[in-house]
Design a protein around this ligand. Structure first.
Ligand code: ADP
Ligand code: MG
Length: 592
């Protein structure tokens, strides 16, 4: 039996496929959602879930929440501010005098889920499918896999959350080429993915989002509203945490009720008026009031939806379905805004906070052979390629390519006598290699060859888990090297955002830099060739043609020195034109 697990930032779930149905498993109190919170008690006991959440207000320093934000990250990445550590090293979290890795903390959550399932089923569960956001990079996926292994699971597959959700909504039954948008607003993150069904297979066409936007921000806004209505002053940390929990409760209640009276019997401190250090507050709240403060936050999801549509080359009208994922989409206002963005009613047939876990269970059943085969496909968040002569990025697997995938290209040596090539593996959207991220590099040797004579084939293959293998082969000599890139990718999701923003911002200069470099390489090749040809054929050409060619060549040299792209291109074209006869003569001579 293979369990399906949604390891969420805020909440986690586990379930199995039982007698023909995907079933979520509840703890002994009947809760299917386990808060992704771990508390390390002073007595050495580790609490996970609801019990750990309760300890958060009392011992925030011993309690870890939202650890998913840190998994697979390095110090210096966004989200790691406030934790001391040397830049570039894998993140560790100081807790009760120990330094814990995010995967150790995550493994506590997974162990808890494992024990819930084993208790319910009365049997050991050792195999699991775990979901991750579609934008998770190799390092984040590999760390999630390690967390599963630390918890005692064999991790059968890491699956993207939107594809799992689509499976749970039964969208694999839609007609071929159907397009689906998955709107996922959880506790702390938002993403919008666009999928396409192709012969029963989901492909992720595009994914976009904000890792710092979710229900927590809505709680914060509601807490500010409550504090204002109750004229609360500065509160101690513990009271702030309690106020936030109360705000969350109010927000959730107001998704189904029109109004609600919040009772705050515990708040101490602040100018609550009674002067006794503790006051019972009763604050009436209406749905309209909280919607007013939440609306600007929810509206921030719109830009990401539009960006995803654009990346997928689609208009909202091209979508066949819009599905909702994540607890925050239970808010009527969210549903309303989604409808506005996509001009269509979202599909409400599943519980939004359970869909991802249900999909993971179904994927587990497929892998275990209990369900007819449906393959889930994922997508590359950024382009992958190698550095070529002149410091240019040569893309081999473009951004948003469905994985698993394989692609290759043949390269040659740019310099005569060269006896090897450095293969530098890059990730990113910028035209110049130096502006992209280096994932690694290695040498491939070949016998010294004249310029352009060596042939090195480079092949990239990305497997279903997003692990990259780069193979380089000298086709003449037969030397071959393979390098595997598992967690070398120091790319955080914010960094992906920043890379995309950078590629747009610098699109024009980047394009100019590439065109200039290409023209420069051509000029550096052409000038000595023209000079040599002139020397060889000096007698056979009229003097005026020779001076014209020389003038044109001088113009190329001067454009090159002035680094003027347009002028360089023009002068190269002119030199090309002027040397037509020269080239023909050279050819005739060569052929005797
Ligand atoms: P994640 O995927 O980030 O782990 P979930 O999908 O479980 O999280 O979403 C958790 C968020 O959903 C929390 O911010 C919670 O307050 C919010 N949420 C849950 N139920 C409701 C509801 N009925 N109305 C509004 N928000 C809700
Ligand atoms: Mg989620």
């Amino acid at each position: 039996m293979i369990a399906g697990i949604d390891l969420g930032t805020t909440n986690s779930l586990i379930g199995v496929y039982e007698s023909g149905f995907p079933t979520l498993l509840a703890d002994t109190d009947g809760n299917r959602l386990t808060p992704s919170v771990v508390h390390y008690g002073a007595d050495g006991e580790t609490l996970v879930g609801r019990e750990a959440s309760r300890m958060e207000a009392l011992h925030p320093e011993r309690t870890i929440s939202s650890v998913k934000r840190l998994i697979g990250r390095r110090f210096g990445d966004e989200g790691t501010e406030g934790i001391a550590g040397s830049k570039g090293a894998p993140v560790t979290i100081p807790t009760h005098g120990k330094n814990l890795t995010p995967e150790e903390v995550s493994s506590e959550i997974l162990k808890k889920l494992k024990s819930i399932a084993e208790q319910r089923l009365g049997t050991e569960i050792t195999r699991a499918v775990i979901t991750v956001p579609a934008y998770f990079n190799d390092a984040q996926r590999a760390a999630t896999r390690r967390a599963g292994e630390l918890a005692g699971f064999t991790v059968e597959r890491i699956v993207a959350e939107p594809t799992a959700a689509a499976l749970a909504y039964g969208l694999d039954k839609l007609s071929d080429r159907s397009k689906v948008a998955v709107y996922d607003l959880g506790g702390g993150t938002f993403d919008l993915s666009i999928l396409q069904l192709d012969h029963g297979v989901f492909e992720v066409l595009a994914t976009h989002g904000d890792t710092q936007l979710g229900g927590d921000d809505l709680d914060e806004a509601v807490a500010v509203l409550i504090a204002k209505k109750a004229a609360l002053g500065d509160l101690p940390l513990e009271s702030q945490i309690r106020l936030k929990a109360a705000a969350r409760e109010a927000k959730e209640r107001l998704s189904t009720e029109e109004s609600f009276t919040l009772r705050l019997p515990f708040l101490t401190g602040g100018n609550t008026g009674e002067g006794k250090g503790g006051t019972n507050l009763e604050i009436p709240l209406s749905r309209a009031e909280i919607e007013a403060v939440c609306e600007p936050i929810i509206r921030r999801t719109r830009a990401h939806c539009l960006r995803s549509l654009e990346d997928a080359g689609l208009r909202a009208e091209d979508l066949d379905q819009v599905i909702l994922v994540g607890g925050s989409t239970r808010m009527p206002l969210v549903r309303h805004i989604v409808q506005e963005i996509f001009h269509t009613e979202p599909n409400l047939s599943q519980h939004p906070d359970e869909a991802v876990a249900l999909g993971a269970i179904l994927q587990g059943a497929i892998l275990g052979g209990n369900l007819q085969h449906v393959t889930l496909l994922d997508v590359t968040p950024l382009s992958l390629g190698i550095e070529t002569f002149g410091g240019l990025m040569n893309v081999i697997i473009p951004r948003n390519t469905t994985i698993p995938t394989k692609a290759g290209e043949m390269f040659t040596n740019a310099v005569a006598g060269q006896s090897g090539m450095t293969i530098t593996i890059l990730q990113g959207e910028r035209e110049m290699a130096a502006d992209n991220w280096r994932l690694g590099s290695f040498e491939i040797p070949f016998p010294p060859s004249p310029k352009g004579a060596a042939r090195v084939g480079v092949q990239f293959s990305l497997d279903a888990d997003g692990i990259l293998q780069v193979l380089a082969r000298d086709t003449a000599g037969g030397t071959e090297k393979i390098v595997e890139i598992k967690s070398a990718v120091e790319v955080s999701d914010e960094a992906v955002e920043a890379m995309l923003a950078g590629s747009l911002e610098h699109a024009f200069e980047d394009m100019d830099a590439r065109i200039f470099t290409e023209a420069r390489l051509k000029a550096e090749e052409m000038l000595p060739a023209v000079e040599a040809a002139l020397e060889q054929l000096a007698e056979e050409l009229p003097q005026e043609e020779i001076s014209e060619i020389k003038a044109k060549a001088a113009e190329v040299t001067s454009a090159l020195e002035a680094k003027e792209t347009a002028r360089l291109k023009q002068s190269l074209a002119a030199l090309d034109q002027a040397t037509q006869t020269l080239a023909t003569k050279l050819m005739e001579k060569a052929m005797g």
